[in-house]
Design a protein around this ligand. Structure first.
Ligand SMILES: [Zn+2]
Length: 371
């Protein structure tokens, strides 16, 4: 195992951020990149990373890491330093309000120009060519802030990987995954091993999250160049939501880390022994079919359904109660599906999202992620 310290801050400052990555195996074979807590205060992800570090170190020492596995156990040192009134605050950059998991570059347009005349009929040769250009493009990125330097540093390690896992968690939630549409099949063993209650797929969620910076360019390029120049979806990038922010226990971390190691075994990146992938799992659903249940007014929030519950259109998932009059507004599912997120606060103001339900029928468009 090699440990690399990446300076994030520019000279002349008084506070300096540093990012640490652990590298297992050897470059040259299949590559996996795993980062935890890009939203800095999402502790379940960081605890899983520690369990992964132990397992990967043991596998590496035993010569059982066949390719290269990079683990970034705490992906956002800037956000980890942010606290407001004694509450850690790691989702948005306090200097500008930008979500740390948005605004990553989509290199498709530059690649369309660069790759003209460079591709052939050999899909794997095309993958190697595209990755060479990707590494060059990320290297040319000129960050103008610490947060952008952080983004570049993370993307530089991930952009040419075969598997990218971006570990997050919800306010409250059941375990679920976000993936690209063409990645559903290859993500299914991971979903089944982790016991996901939902796999949400789309060809583009909007907002340019980290996982799509690694994966979306592949199917966009394939559509542009056509079947004459085969381009596979070469990067299985997934955002993995590890339940809720207080779903922190050694047992869950061990279970999740074992599932991730097993998936790396399925992908031939580590020798994880015989892996039995559970046959039963949730059916993937389009992100465009996800219903947001939003608060129509302020009030006290009393949930009537748990995360992971299957609900039917018309089911009341929560009551919203006027704290003075007691008048109660039931908040209902409008689709059949799985309730996969809730809010951890129990007082909300108008417009706040209080739950999400994964439905099977697309009905939304535009920007599909939360702020
Ligand atoms: Zn997150």
């Amino acid at each position: 195992m090699e440990t690399i310290k990446h300076p994030i801050s520019a000279p002349h400052g008084t506070a300096h951020y540093e990012l640490t990555s652990y590298h297992f195996g050897q470059p040259g074979g299949p590559k996996a990149y795993i980062q935890a807590a890009l939203h800095a205060d999402e502790v379940p992800a960081m605890l899983v990373a520690q369990a992964l570090r132990q397992r990967l170190a043991a596998l590496d020492a035993a010569g059982k890491v066949g390719g290269e596995v990079i683990l970034v156990p705490a992906a956002n040192p800037i956000g980890l330093a942010q606290v407001i009134n004694e509450r850690p605050f790691g989702r948005f950059d306090l200097s500008n309000g930008i979500n740390f998991n948005r605004g990553y570059p989509h290199y498709c347009e530059q690649l369309k120009v660069r790759l003209a005349g460079q591709l052939g009929s050999d899909a794997q040769a095309n993958v190697r060519t595209i990755r060479r250009h990707l590494r060059e493009l990320v290297a040319q990125w000129q960050p103008a802030s610490d947060a952008t330097t952080l983004k570049k540093t993370l993307l530089q390690m991930a952009i040419d990987a075969d598997v990218v896992l971006d570990l997050h968690c919800e306010n409250e939630g059941a375990l679920h995954l976000y993936v690209g549409t063409s990645l559903c099949d290859v993500a299914q063993p991971l979903a089944n091993l982790m016991g996901a209650c939902a796999v949400l797929y789309t060809t583009g969620a909007g907002g340019e999250p980290f996982d799509e910076a690694c994966s979306r360019l592949w199917w966009d390029l394939a559509a542009h160049f056509g079947p004459q120049f085969p381009i596979p979806s070469a990067c299985m990038a997934a955002t993995v939501e590890l339940r809720g922010e207080v779903s922190v226990s050694y047992e869950l971390a061990a279970r999740d880390a074992d599932a991730i190691i097993a998936y790396l075994g399925v992908r031939g990146m580590v020798d994880a022994g015989a892996v039995a992938v559970p046959a039963q799992g949730c059916a993937p659903t389009p992100l465009e079919g996800t219903q947001r249940v939003d608060a129509p007014h302020s009030g006290m929030l009393v949930y009537r359904r748990e995360v992971g519950d299957a609900v039917r259109a018309g089911d009341v998932v929560a009551d919203l109660i006027d704290p003075v009059t007691g008048e109660t507004t039931p908040l209902s599912a409008q689709v059949d599906g799985v309730l996969f997120t809730r809010l951890s606060h129990r007082y909300v103001i108008r417009g706040m999202n209080v739950a999400k339900i994964a439905g099977a029928t697309p009905f939304r468009s535009g920007s599909l992620l939360s702020l």
